[in-house]
Design a protein around this ligand. Sequence first.
Ligand SMILES: Cc1cc2nc3c(=O)[nH]c(=O)nc-3n(C[C@H](O)[C@H](O)[C@H](O)COP(=O)(O)O)c2cc1C
Length: 345
Amino acid sequence: MSKIHNAFTVLMGIPTPVVAAPMAGASGGALAAQTSAAGAFGFVSAGYLTPSRIQEELSLARALLRLTETDPLPIGVGYLAWQLEKDLASAAGLLNLALSNKVQAIWLAFGNSIGRWIDHVRSYDASSGREQRTLIFVQVSSVKEALIAIHDWKVDVLVAQGSESGGHGHSAAPPLLTLVPSILAVLPKDGPCLLAAGGLSTGGHVSSLLALGVSGVVLGTRFLMTEESFYNEVQKKMLVMANANSTVRTMAFDRARGTLDWPEGVDGRAIYNRTVKDMDDGVDIEIVRENFNKAVQNRDPDQILVWAGTGVELVTDIQTAQDVVRELHADMMEHLTLVSTLIAA
Ligand SMILES: Cc1cc2nc3c(=O)[nH]c(=O)nc-3n(C[C@H](O)[C@H](O)[C@H](O)COP(=O)(O)O)c2cc1C
């Protein structure tokens, strides 16, 4: 198989510059392991999971990748920094769980003390006496945040998240095609690898972003639409049916389910339905909550939560994670070949 050779693929030791995002409520050990097994890189989301559930997912990934207890684990774990900040007493334990499982990378986003968690990971590596250096991924949505991640935190991988993204993001995030060049303009030559996230779902998207200057991409929604993601059949069917006009940025679902500790300015992109409409129309919050909880029990597509990015329109079936990576790789190569033929001799 032909490979992409750039700073990111060399850093990660992978042929395909694609990352499956850590998606709270959706990315477990099977999704991460199968993504990495196919030559991209997968994350488990610690999200809202308990320590024992995180360990189960990491053990599942280890088993699927046929690794021994002591082998490094070629997947990452993503943390919602505000969840770590909510309970400082247990935060170190949550991070150590991933570190003691020798994951290749830690992903941090959405918090006010991200530097503190990065210091923790680096101290763990230094004091453990092991050779492995855990790679730090941080997701940002502005040049201001990017500069902090580059210069103060010295992250290994910076993820630029545009407004097209599925799931949570900054409500003021610019579109990806504006955000990426803005960050590239301030990225030092010896700076972190830059990845692009938001609304990407095809190999053509991947090759376009590589041509723009990033060294890899992060896809969420495309990997939600896999056999391995935790989304149920109704949610997956809603994703298959969705088109480019189906998604909206909103806090309606967070208000309905009571997840309100996100940092200021964060909302999320999801499929529009009656929960959003009722919230926008000013229906009493207790009624919206009651209806939402009932809908979750009954899997009612009119009201349940389905996070999705704008690229959802271009995905029309549910595949295995390995097939998604293989398809993206082949499609990306075809587009890159096409682009190279445009250059006159
Ligand atoms: C269901 C879902 C859950 C997500 N959970 C997280 C998360 O826990 N942490 C995080 O940093 N980003 C999370 N994201 C955002 C992704 O990191 C990424 O930016 C986004 O999926 C990219 O856009 P796309 O979905 O259009 O590909 C989530 C996205 C989705 C779709």
